[in-house]
Design a protein around this ligand. Structure first.
Ligand SMILES: [Fe+2]
Ligand SMILES: [Fe+2]
Length: 224
């Protein structure tokens, strides 16, 4: 089986599994395109590791969203599901391990640091997609999906005390808002990126986002 057919088969599997609007195949392809862009600015990037990692990175996202116990981490479960898919597609064992490392380290909360250039590029690309204009679109898609409001009546500190549990996980996602997500999480993203080009893109995307949310706050307070 050649590489192109393998990638096609992976895309078919991912398309069937990812049914959430903010984590659908469009997100996967935006991340894939960002990966290819960032790869051009780095040395010795193995696309045979990076491409399947980008395509499979959110394969367990729906399982995590539907899990009421809060125990499923889609990066961890995704690496296990990906292992089976890759083995069925006759990937070599050493490549499977490298791809699994990229998937398991693509999110903040796993506590696992990306240690290969491919894992760092995937991490950066995935984070870039949650900021800028795409990021704004995605948080409002999620807000719609979970019936969120634009603002909360309590202070940010009171909100954080009442609606977050260990690891920053939300107790009740319907009580969250796009503005809080921006304030507590998205603003910090550019500082957490690994590659130089991603940091540059991240700063520019965040500038745009800041203007948008500042304006939103003014409109909510009837100041504009
Ligand atoms: Fe993810
Ligand atoms: Fe993702």
């Amino acid at each position: 089986m050649n590489t192109e057919i393998k990638h096609k088969k992976i895309i078919e599997i991912v398309q069937d599994k990812l049914t959430c609007s903010a984590h659908n195949l469009d997100h996967v392809f935006r991340v894939y395109n960002l990966c290819l862009l960032l790869a051009k600015y780095e040395k010795d990037v193995k696309l045979e590791i990076l491409i399947p990692s980008a395509l499979l990175h959110d394969i367990a996202r729906v399982e995590e969203s539907q899990d009421k116990t809060g125990e499923i981490d889609h990066a961890v479960l995704g690496s296990v599901i990906a292992e089976d898919i890759l083995r069925n597609l006759e990937y070599e064992e050493d490549k499977i391990e490298k791809i699994k490392h990229c998937i398991i380290t693509h999110r903040f909360r796993t506590g696992n640091e990306p240690n290969s250039i491919e894992a760092k590029i995937l991490f950066d690309s995935d984070k870039l997609d949650v900021i800028g204009a795409s990021g704004i679109a995605r948080i409002f898609m999620l807000a719609g999906q979970f019936g969120q409001r634009l603002t909360v009546d309590e202070t940010l500190n009171d909100y954080l005390k009442s609606n977050t549990v260990e690891n920053g996980r939300l107790k009740d996602v319907s009580k969250h808002t796009p503005l809080i997500e921006y304030e507590v999480k998205l603003k910090k993203i550019p500082d957490k990126l690994y590659t130089q080009k991603a940091k540059e893109i991240g700063k520019e995307r965040l500038n745009f986002m800041e203007k948008y949310f500042n304006r939103l706050k003014l409109e909510i307070d009837c100041m504009k």
